[in-house]
Design a protein around this ligand. Sequence first.
Ligand SMILES: [Zn+2]
Length: 334
Amino acid sequence: MTASHPTKRPTDAAHLDDSDVDLPPELLNLPWVDIHNHAHTLSWEDRERYALAGCRSMMMVASGYHWTPYKPVEADDIRFLWDDAINRRAAIQRNHFFEAKLGLGIHTGVRIENPDELLDAMDAYCELDEVIAIGETGVTPSQHVSRWDVDQQQAIVQGQMELADEHDLPVLLHTPNQSTDSRRSYRDGIGIPGYEKNTGLGADPVIDSDNPALESVKRDIEAMRDAGLSDRRVVASHADGNNTEYLMENTDCYLSYTIGHSWLIGVTAADVADAIDEYGPERIMIDTDCANVLRTDPFALKRAIFELYRYGIDEAAIRKVVLENPRDVFDFDA
Ligand SMILES: [Zn+2]
């Protein structure tokens, strides 16, 4: 306690010593990169929030799943999503000043009637400067509306990985999350609040396993090996407690933790801090996955920067995770 405070009786100020607290002013302005979002589906205001929070670069992901209106889904429906993103990307970049690039993918969350047509078309799209990755894609345990045989899914994932290898592009993997047992299900017909998806149309699982989410990831890794794609060209998004150990110990892939909708998948900055503590920051990234069909937070990545520091992660590791790793793997200009 110092005698310097003229307060009537001692306050906290008399007990706190600022001199031994290490505050990180650099983090206030640290640029960051979001390698997985669907910002082209967000509002102008939400995209502006990315800019306000210091986003330097982002990859907007156009792949089938939530945005194809017709079921069954045809290749042309997915092609439209790719073209829509290409159509609008430059305007988004000029409006908000961050670097906006694209990931194009064939996602298996809905079954596509003629996916080989898409694989054929994708080759030419990979030549575009603005396309910096293939994805999101990855085997999923169950589909919307109609089931997609798991071996056929894996073949489509592998086909995209072969293309990525030919064009020297990274692949953004969608890894399924495991839902927690404690979660209650919602009243019939209401669906999940904050998630604009008709969950009543979910098809029966195509993977019969105790841990279908992890089984899916193992199939993705098998596809990667069969495609001859280097582990270092694969970024597994939606990393979580169910797949971190497997991916860290059995592969050399990057893991990206999705923290833009923690209320849904349960992953937070604390999980990222735990992973950095255990494995180091070299193969870790963070993404928001913000999209218009979900309650998502464009400020999530900026908030995570502060959270990681509060959880004891040093500034160099934070910089590596939010800026250097994504910049190196996805070859952003900024
Ligand atoms: Zn996504």
